[in-house]
Design a protein around this ligand. Structure first.
Ligand code: MG
Ligand code: ZN
Length: 180
């Protein structure tokens, strides 16, 4: 079984410094939905792992987060794709939870849920913490330059071996041409 773990904001949809607080604010990055569709078609289980501290900060509630994620799932389905699961950390940055990236809690939960080792599982993010969380459990880090990615690319703390691509569509092309 092939698995891929994606960050949400800045990878699948446009990010906002003011958070994505409503379904209306959720807008896909061009090509990302089709990329997920191609990955799913090629046998990848596509899982999202996303920090959503806006819940912990009281900017939006769980019903709204569920509505936003529903919009994403439907948008992916509308182009023939599938998201197998969404894992999220609702806690604020000050919390001591073990799920907020760069901590590895969500990744461990994903490994348990799908019962697969996480070594060499590709993980795609636009922030350093996405990549750090993945690397800490053995995933292969892919940085996209969408969202905060262009800034992240300049960070000296970028994990060794991080592969850099313009966007999720380019990551999918790479994975499907080299390993498909
Ligand atoms: Mg992000
Ligand atoms: Zn958490």
């Amino acid at each position: 079984m092939k698995l891929i773990i994606l960050d949400r904001d800045g990878v699948i949809n446009h990010d906002s410094v003011q958070y994505i607080k409503s379904p209306e604010e959720w807008k896909p990055i061009p090509g990302s939905l089709e990329a997920i569709s191609r990955l799913a078609e090629s046998g990848y289980r596509v899982v999202v792992a996303t920090n959503q501290s806006g819940v912990g900060r009281g900017l939006f509630d769980m019903d709204t987060l569920n509505a936003i994620n529903d919009k994403m799932i439907k948008a992916v389905a509308s182009v023939g794709g599938r998201i197998d699961a969404i894992f999220f950390c609702p806690h604020s940055a000050e919390s001591t939870c073990d799920c907020r990236k760069p901590k590895a809690g969500m990744f461990r939960q994903i490994g348990e849920r799908f019962n697969v080792p996480l070594e060499n599982v590709p993980t795609v993010g636009d922030s350093l913490r996405d990549l750090q969380a993945g690397v800490s459990v053995g995933c292969t880090p892919y940085l996209v330059l969408t969202g905060k990615g262009a800034k992240t690319a300049e960070d000296p703390a970028l994990p060794v071996g991080t592969k850099v691509f313009p966007d999720l569509a380019a990551v999918a092309n790479h994975l499907l041409s080299s390993k498909g």
